[in-house]
Ligand binder design. Structure first.
Ligand SMILES: [Zn+2]
Length: 107
């Protein structure tokens, strides 16, 4: 019996990229003069390795619509969206627009 490899398979062209941006309300004060940022809208733009150079108006041939919006439960919707089953994707890279230290990578 061969031991299991402690390595992920090469991603090749099976990478799914997601760029997201939360729009928030800032009407609630919570500390001194700080305002609470409450997510109200999530905008997502996605592409895979195959369509990364295509026009933005074109849909992804693997996953369909390239631009999506979520407003019911934006944070939960993002997590659900990122964990959807995509059998063709070996790696998912998600990066927030204008955020620091919030890039998720999943294989
Ligand atoms: Zn694609």
């Amino acid at each position: 019996m061969r031991p299991l490899k402690d390595a992920l398979p090469p991603a090749g062209d099976k990478v799914f990229y997601v760029f997201y941006d939360f729009e928030t309300s800032q009407n609630t004060e919570y500390a001194d003069e700080a305002k609470l940022h409450v997510p109200k809208l999530l905008c997502v733009q996605q592409f895979c390795t195959r369509c990364k150079d295509a026009e933005h108006a074109c849909d992804c041939e693997r996953w369909g619509i390239r631009r999506l919006s979520f407003w019911q439960e934006p944070v939960g919707d993002l997590l659900s969206y990122l964990t959807d089953q995509r059998p063709w994707a070996y790696k998912i890279i998600a990066r927030a627009h204008n955020a620091r230290h919030s890039t998720f990578t999943s294989s």
